[in-house]
Each structure stands twice: as C-alpha cells, then as structure tokens.
Design a protein around this ligand. Structure first.
Ligand SMILES: [Zn+2]
Length: 406
C-alpha cells in the first residue's frame, strides 16, 4: 500500500544521523519529561551523535539535518512502563506481527518489559530454570534487535520459588534491570525467600515490580492487594488501577497514603480506579510516583495510541496538567526504572516526538488537545537522533501542521 498522503518512512528506512548532527528549530512548545520543570522556554534542540547537546532559543548551529518544526510541540519519546514483548515484533497473544513499529508511530520510543510470559506453550508458572533461561534468551535477542529503532528493555525475570543468588548474579551480568513477582506462590512468604529475592535484586541495582490486583489472562497469576504488596515491598506496583482487574479501592488508596511505592496506570485497566488514584495522588502530592504503561500486547490487544490515550484521559478527565501527565509517560518511567530515557534535556538521548492538534480538533495545539481529551497527531518521531517517522505518523490522523526537513 502506498501512503500517498504524506511522507512515511518504512521500518527499514530512516534518515540516519548516527555520528552526525540534528537541529530542530521553530518549536512552539517543549515538554521536558522532568516534573520539576515540565515545560521549558526554548524553541530549538541541537543533537550530536544521538545525544542532546543544547536546548535554547534561536539556535543556529550548522547541522547535517535541520528540521523546521513550524511551531508545533516537542515532547520526549514515550516510554511504555508495562509491555509484553515476546519474539521480535510478533505478539503471540494476538497472533499479530509488527506491533512495535506501530507503537513507534504512536510516539513510543522505549518499551519496558513486564515479563515475556506470552511465549506459546510456556508452562505457567515456569520452573526456576525455565524462568531464568527465558529472561536471558529474551534479553540477548532484544539487545541485538531494535525494531524501528525502539529500545526494548526485555529479559524481566519472572520470580518463582527456587531461584538462587547466583541466578541474580547471572541476570545482573546480562544487563537485566527488572524482576517481577506475578507467579510467586505467596504462601511461601513466611519462608523469607521472597524477601531475599528483593534484597538480592536491590544489591545489584535491579528494580522489583509486582503484578497487583486480580488474576491475569494466564489464569494462574497470584492475587495481590495492600497486604501482599506491602509484604513484598516492591519498587513499582504494576498496574495498580488494573491490568485488567485492580485491587480493592481502599487497598490502592492505602498504598498511595501509607507507602512510597511507585504506581502504574495501564491502558488495559479500570478507568474509575484511575480517577480515584489521581484524586489520591493530588491529595498526597505523589505525581513523581505515577508511571503510565499499556500492559499490552495481551488480551487487551495492540494499542499503538494507548499511551497517548492515557495522557489524554488523565489530562482531560482527571484534570492533570497535560505536561505533568506526559512526564508520567516519559521521565518518571525512565527515572524509576533507573534508565537514561524519557527526558528532552542536555546529555540525554535524542528521543523526541513532534506533534500538534489534529485537523478538526477544537484544541489550539498538542497540549491543549490532551487537556480537551483529543489525541494530537504525530508528525515526527526521532530516536537517538535518527528520524524514524517524517512528515506524519501512520497511526494518528495528520496534525494540522507538519514539521519538515529543510
Ligand atoms: Zn502485564
């Protein structure tokens, strides 16, 4: 099929700026991803060798590639805090191909795996050797595979009884930075083994996530509310508002009020609970603890615009400032997972999305679109300083104005 309505780059094509420079000028607004100052008064971003070197007004450096943003908005590339990669771009849960490229056209430049548990035929729960092997193999595969440039942080170890400290040495050496409680039999908690897992992970700079709420599509995951989550003491409470089934509302509110865990909102969850969570987040000024993910692909399907929709929901219905909601899907996710992604700041990777109001929207610009509950349209996606989508996205309607390579 020919995309006659705009310049669209195929997954294998890109304007390579590896070892080269990129200047974006004439931005209308710039969102940083940093909650401390989510917007910056700057109209230009200059990157070299994939790293942002300078941000300011009227930058005029010579660059190999110059983009005229024509007054549209730059935000950090979106980071999906909760995804389920399996084998390349194949998603067995939906028997579909190409989902990662489609998410990239929805502005997603990084995916954080919440476990590669959708491998066809994988015995669930896996035995310790299978869980460890799966994590190591998946990590190695995505280390040498970046579909459409998207950074896939895979190899998340599914914690089951019977793992040893040597296993944690092995995943740390492989560069795995996340482990997850989902199939762990919590009747073993009094043994102290789970507490050891958390200790071994933290000693190696590995973050701990827990599947919270009701049973997952697998049918064999463990149920976890306030008591179980507190007993585990994780860094991140996965999909606290449901993925799809949340814990009891009072349990969720107690976690926000009485604990300091980071909490995820996922597109596959319960909207009423997301509203309740955001009320509590406002009361406790806990915006820095909120992460946005999709918890897809899975039974909910493939949602290339899932993160954009979640930002629009939080901005328009929960009345969170759009630039704050964007931080929850960018800088917050990178920071909490210990990864240098999610910020448009000097020294960070040049992962940038240029977007604007869609033709026909009553909004004025991209941020106003989110505030009014409309999705903005994506014009460009840049990953590590390389243009991956130019002109317009294949997954959003066209924005009213496009950025252009000059
Ligand atoms: Zn999940």
């Amino acid at each position: 099929m020919l995309f006659s309505w705009g310049l669209f780059l195929s997954p294998t094509l890109c304007y390579s700026s590896a070892m080269s420079s990129l200047l974006i000028k004439n931005l209308g607004a710039l969102v940083t991803g940093d909650l401390k100052s989510p917007q910056r008064d700057a109209d230009s971003v200059y990157a070299e060798d994939g790293i942002i070197r300078e941000i300011g007004n009227g930058l005029g450096q010579r660059a190999d590639i110059v983009i005229d943003a024509h007054g549209i908005t730059a935000i950090p590339g979106l980071v999906d805090s909760h995804s389920h990669p399996s084998i390349g771009e194949y998603t067995p849960a939906q028997n579909s191909l190409g989902w990662i490229t489609n998410y990239m056209h929805g502005g997603v430049t990084s995916l954080i795996s919440a476990g590669e548990l959708h491998i066809p035929g994988l015995p669930l729960p896996p035995d310790p050797r299978t869980a460890l092997s799966l994590a190591l193999v998946t990590k190695k595969c995505y280390d040498s595979l970046r579909p459409s440039g998207v950074k896939v942080f895979a190899g998340t170890l599914l914690l089951v009884p019977g793992l040893t400290e040597k296993d944690f040495d092995e995943i740390a050496a492989a560069g795995i930075r996340l482990v997850k409680f989902i199939f762990y039999d919590y009747s073993h908690l009094p043994d102290g083994e789970a507490a050891l897992y958390v200790k071994w992970a933290r000693a190696r700079g590995i973050k701990v996530k827990i599947h919270s709420g009701g049973v997952s599509r697998s049918g064999v995951s463990q149920v976890a509310g306030f008591e179980i989550v507190s007993a585990i003491n994780p860094d991140i409470v996965g999909h606290i508002t449901g993925g799809p089934i949340p814990m009891a509302e009072e349990d969720m509110l107690r976690i926000v009020a009485e604990r300091d865990y980071n909490v995820e909102i996922c597109s596959s969850g319960n909207y009423r609970m997301a509203l309740s969570l955001m009320r509590a987040v406002k009361t406790h000024d806990a915006f820095h603890r909120v992460l946005i993910g999709t918890d897809t692909p899975g039974g909910t399907g493939i949602i290339p615009r899932g993160i954009l929709r979640e930002i629009a929901f939080l901005s328009s219905v929960a009345e969170i400032a759009p630039e704050t909601a964007i931080c929850m899907a960018t800088g917050n996710v990178g920071r909490v997972h210990g990864l240098s992604i999610g910020f448009v700041q000097e020294g960070k990777p040049a992962d940038i999305v240029l977007l604007h109001k869609i033709q026909g929207s009553v909004a004025n610009d991209a941020l106003d679109s989110f505030a009014k509950g409309d999705l903005p349209g994506i014009s460009m996606v840049i990953i590590d300083g390389e243009i991956r989508v130019a002109g317009r996205s294949q997954q959003t309607p066209p924005p009213e104005r496009l950025a252009a390579i000059t």
